[in-house]
Design a protein around this ligand. Sequence first.
Ligand SMILES: Cc1cc2nc3c(=O)[nH]c(=O)nc-3n(C[C@H](O)[C@H](O)[C@H](O)COP(=O)(O)OP(=O)(O)OC[C@H]3O[C@@H](n4cnc5c(N)ncnc54)[C@H](O)[C@@H]3O)c2cc1C
Length: 350
Amino acid sequence: MTPPGQQLDLLIVGAGPAGLSAADCAAREELSYLVVEKGLIADTVYHYPVGLTVFSTTNELELRPGALQPCREKPTREELLSHYVRHVLEQNLNVNTGEEALAVERDGAEGFVVRTSRAEYRARRVLFAVGSMARPRGLGVPGEELPKVHRRFVEAYPYVRRDALVVGGGNSAAEAALFLAEEGARTTLAIFRADWENRDPKQGAIKHWVRTPLERQIELGRLTVLLFAGVEEITETDVRIKKEDGTTIVLPNDVVFVLIGADADLTLLKRLGVETARSGACEVPVYDPDTFETNVPGVYVAGHFTHARHIKAAIEVDAHGDDPDRRWRQLHPREPLAAAAWQRTTSNKE
Ligand SMILES: Cc1cc2nc3c(=O)[nH]c(=O)nc-3n(C[C@H](O)[C@H](O)[C@H](O)COP(=O)(O)OP(=O)(O)OC[C@H]3O[C@@H](n4cnc5c(N)ncnc54)[C@H](O)[C@@H]3O)c2cc1C
């Protein structure tokens, strides 16, 4: 709770890489700031599959150059999570976990009131760094609410010698299918032909280091790739799937993973009057690409629910983010700007 009459310079919603990067900026600038996080520090990373090796290199993920030192070339989920948690602890960042922002409203002429599940705060500026995992997409078919149907994949071990179906065309689905097949689940990956045949990394093709072992599992007969048109029904014991040729197949089934993406929850932003626009399959807030300020003065956005789709862009402070000196040179210590306003590229200004 901000004491009566006091106002934070900046309130940040979300402690993912984007929110933590902004908090780091705010702390260095000696702003009064607070991050409220409804889950855990780096909650999205926490929910990656156990033991996953991420696809980015350390320089694309770390909050300080050289701070993330994995055992192998790329970090695991656990190493990345530990990096973000340690950063919060070592820098003593003001992060409240288990506290959800429920409403953000204008507070007179300047500033905002942020009501959370625990308190009420006043802040001059608000940065939304809420990510895009709030609403996992579903199939909209009968049986989808059965307890055996999951929207997240955590680990393979409960499904050894079980009949598992993974639905999805991206890396998350492919990796889940790979982990399941490798650990002895009888696995089917239901995927659209266009996704299976996509080899363009810029169009979200399955990464080659996932595809190669996946194909090995297919050769070994442990994984079936089913080019499908849609799931028709899920029951306690099986799934009915429409194949791409229009025929229907019924598979015995113990568990289903629906990994077809997720959407951000833009409710709080929209209630404030922030405009949104379509970008591919997603709805994104409209914002100034230089300052990350939305059409509502004082409301900023950063991270995965903007046009930044990876951690590298979510935490980038400027185009020379690898160089700590240049990274901070443009900051103006006594000017209480929102940290998001600094998350701009300097390339077009030099
Ligand atoms: C399995 C998997 C592997 C991935 N691997 C990589 C990789 O190798 N490299 C890469 O660059 N990207 C990877 N990504 C994507 C990456 O996780 C995201 O780009 C990144 O998490 C985005 O950071 P963010 O801070 O914008 O959002 P998030 O990390 O999603 O953080 C948003 C935070 O906001 C919180 N929040 C939301 N609403 C509220 C609210 N109302 N009140 C309080 N808190 C709220 C959420 O709980 C969450 O912690 C991967 C994603 C997945 C699922």
